[in-house]
Design a protein around this ligand. Structure first.
Ligand code: IMP
Length: 438
């Protein structure tokens, strides 16, 4: 089982951090790596009473024997990276010496963080709405979209450019004139080579200790049969290649098929291990997304409170939804999941009934599968043809799926049938040991 993959099947915030943390507890893994996304992610890891929210660094920080890696597919934010390194140090966790940053990862530049809200504002205005009222994408404002866009437009910088001040100056000399045109177009102040050098040169010096040939290191480990845990950021419906979500998504491919390119590895079938899809027992989204199964009203408010559903990166309240069977089936397929883990099942403890949308309607007509565009998806309504009876008792103390209340087991069985792959674990609380196995 050389390369095991953990990916989100919804819109991020499925609780992947805890699944990764638990998986690494087996002591079998040499590496825990990220292959896409950047500081837009928010992975909450809780050990004893200590809660740490990671945005860029992989979730396995507590496991001292595990090497950590950020692959070439990650969008790397230098000041944000050191903020996290320092915060971890303050919690007694040292990552220097075991965290490898790929020299090929592209950088988030200061201008990307300026352009991110400026561009989203123009999108929202074009829709005649504010961002708060659902206009634009409602990004995390971490510069992710502009950084990936500039990178593929070939106006980006890589981690390697940061390592040598002469190369950095040369690269900035070529890029800054292009970026200034873009900044001008959006009414943002221009930048200069010197301004960026002032902000990034010293970070480049500090970064040298972390930059190592990650892809080669991973390939060597795989050849020796050592195990790697690849951890996805966001989830299937935030993937830039997901038609039904586009453009209400992030700017990277979030599914398992991005793992090999995002780690800079050749595709070798003997390296592909199990693919674990992480599915919250209900669904959430933060930002502006088509969500036909939005709960709404007081019931949503209560669930949000019980599940502490506020963005780990931005603090925004997350929209809470019932499970949409069409989304779950498609997400498991798109990720090639071989198993799923259900998370936050305990948050449903007090629900008297749990609806699941089995079909969708568009213009009051049933549609088969998900629509092809997010424009249509925004107009879809759910058909709750399955309503499960709640279990209305606390399940946080249970450790075996077979010991869960009958109604909880029936709900999980239904999710398993929709997914078409087995449930290999159910998280029933924030603590590491609050987990049920079959
Ligand atoms: P961006 O990734 O900052 O460009 O944001 C694009 C969309 O993805 C917005 O709706 C964000 O709220 C959402 N998003 C990005 N990362 C995450 C995440 O880790 N969890 C939940 N939503 C996210």
């Amino acid at each position: 089982m050389p390369l095991k993959i953990v990916v989100g099947c919804q819109r991020g915030d499925e609780g992947k951090g805890k699944i990764v943390d638990r998986e690494l507890e087996s002591g079998e893994y040499t590496w825990n790596v990220r292959f896409q996304g950047g500081r837009n992610a928010g992975h909450t890891v809780q050990v004893d009473d200590q809660q740490i929210i990671l945005h860029l660094i992989p979730s396995g920080v507590h496991h001292e024997s595990v090497q950590l890696g950020l692959g070439p597919g990650v969008i790397f934010d230098p000041p944000g990276f050191f903020e996290e390194v320092d915060e971890l140090k303050a919690h007694g966790i040292e990552v220097e010496g075991r965290l490898w940053v790929s020299p090929a990862a592209k950088l988030v530049m200061p201008w990307d963080k300026v352009l991110d809200p400026a561009i989203d504002q123009v999108r929202a205005e074009a829709q005649g709405k504010t961002i708060q009222a659902g206009g634009g994408v409602g990004t995390t404002n971490r510069g992710i979209g502009p950084a990936y866009a500039n990178a593929v437009a070939r106006d980006g910088l890589t981690v390697a450019h940061l390592l040598n001040e002469d190369i950095l100056r040369q690269r900035l000399g070529n890029v800054v004139p292009v970026i200034n045109r873009i900044l001008n177009a959006f009414g943002c102040p221009e930048t200069s080579v010197q301004e960026v050098l002032n902000a990034y040169s010293s970070l480049g010096v500090r970064l040298r200790k972390f930059v190592k040939p990650l892809s080669k290191g991973l390939a060597q480990s795989l050849s020796k049969g050592q195990w790697i845990l690849a951890e996805g950021g966001q989830g299937r419906y935030l993937s830039v290649d997901c038609a039904v979500s586009y453009p209400n998504c992030t700017s990277s491919i979030t599914t398992s098929n991005a793992v090999f390119s995002g780690l800079g590895l050749p595709l070798r079938k003997e390296w592909i291990g199990p693919i674990v899809g992480v599915v919250k027992a209900y669904q959430t989204a933060v930002g502006n997304h088509p969500m036909p199964t939005l709960i709404g009203g007081n019931r949503e408010e209560k669930l949000r409170g019980r599940g502490k559903e506020f963005g780990a990166t931005t603090g925004r309240p997350r929209h809470c939804c019932w499970i949409n069977a069409l989304e779950l089936t498609e997400a498991v397929w798109a990720n090639g999941c071989t198993e799923i883990n259900i998370t936050k099942a305990d948050v449903l403890d007090e629900e008297p009934q749990i609806p699941v949308a089995m079909e969708l309607e568009l213009n009051k007509q049933p549609i088969h599968g998900l629509p092809l565009t997010s424009e249509e998806y925004f107009r879809c309504t759910p058909v709750y043809s399955c309503v499960h009876e709640g279990w209305q008792s606390s399940i946080q103390g249970i450790r075996k799926i077979r010991n869960l209340p009958k109604n909880a087991q029936a709900y999980l069985k239904a999710l398993e049938q929709i997914a078409g792959v087995p449930i290999s674990g159910v998280s029933i609380g924030p603590k590491r040991d609050q987990f049920c196995v079959p």
